[in-house]
Ligand binder design. Sequence first.
Ligand code: GRE
Length: 333
Amino acid sequence: MHGKIALEEAFALPRFQKKTQWWASLFATDPAKHAKEITDLTDTRIKYMDQHGVGYTLLSYTAPGVQDVWDPKEAQALAVEVNDYLASSIKAHADRFGGMATLSMHDPREAAAELRRCIEQLGFKGVLVNDTQRTGADGDDMIFYDGPEWDIFWSTVTELDVPFYLHPRNPTGSIYEKLWAQRKWLVGPPLSFAQGVSLHLLGLVTNGVFDRHPRLQVIIGHLGEHLPIDLWRINHWFEDVKKPLGLKATCEKTIYEYFAQNIWITTSGNFSTSVLRFCLGEVGADRILFSIDYPFESFGDACEWYDTVQLNETDKKKIGKENAKRLFKLGGY
Ligand code: GRE
């Protein structure tokens, strides 16, 4: 399929080459190749895109990124540097690339202001945040964005009318020590990423963020971070037990309604035909978006799978490109 749009696609700053290699050595079988690919924003990518029928890519800063920086000033400076670097790197290729804003999530007002700058001045199409923001004197604490103090931020996201991508990051500090240190092979895609994002997303749902901001659009990757398989059970417990106990005060609609009105899932890093089919039934073709997760996954694996997966033509176009065009308002593309 030609003209596919991909939107969970990572880059890193060249000045972090060493850090990038170290990070890649944790999971990439060829860390040097990975580090090279992730620091190349356009040239290698365009070759892969042309080879595999990807017309347009939305680029975002790699995990854990700014969410790993617990000093608020340092985090804000890095976010601004990343956004300016991304804008200047893709400027000459506006027909092939769009930007997702990177934000320091220490302060809701500061995050909202940088998002506004990215959308209104740099022309970015959305925002991607890597789960919770590390905070505290030694970075061992974390900030969730589901409390009322974040309403100012979510109001800005909906006013600017851009989607918010909730991407995973690795567990750190005492959480890492308690849960994952003795189970280190489960960190990342096998388990910890999905646990982190599904907790945070259901926090947004149950703490009333979507009730207070009904137009908010949040995207999660990897075919829904394990949530679609559990929707029936979540719904059953919310509606039959938790709401009578008080959940109704902050969560008026059903989990199915939030998935139909506020939540999107992408195929990033999850190229399973049976899971996609399951998600078509549970989430629906109007809320699924093609993505790769490059360079953590390959163009070949993602695109050869998607190009040959048996779907009706309407759904294939929706998921491959039409939904993303609509959501990100890529009219001219
Ligand atoms: C990511 O998307 O950020 C990621 C990692 C590490 C492994 C896989 C992956 O940071 O998708």
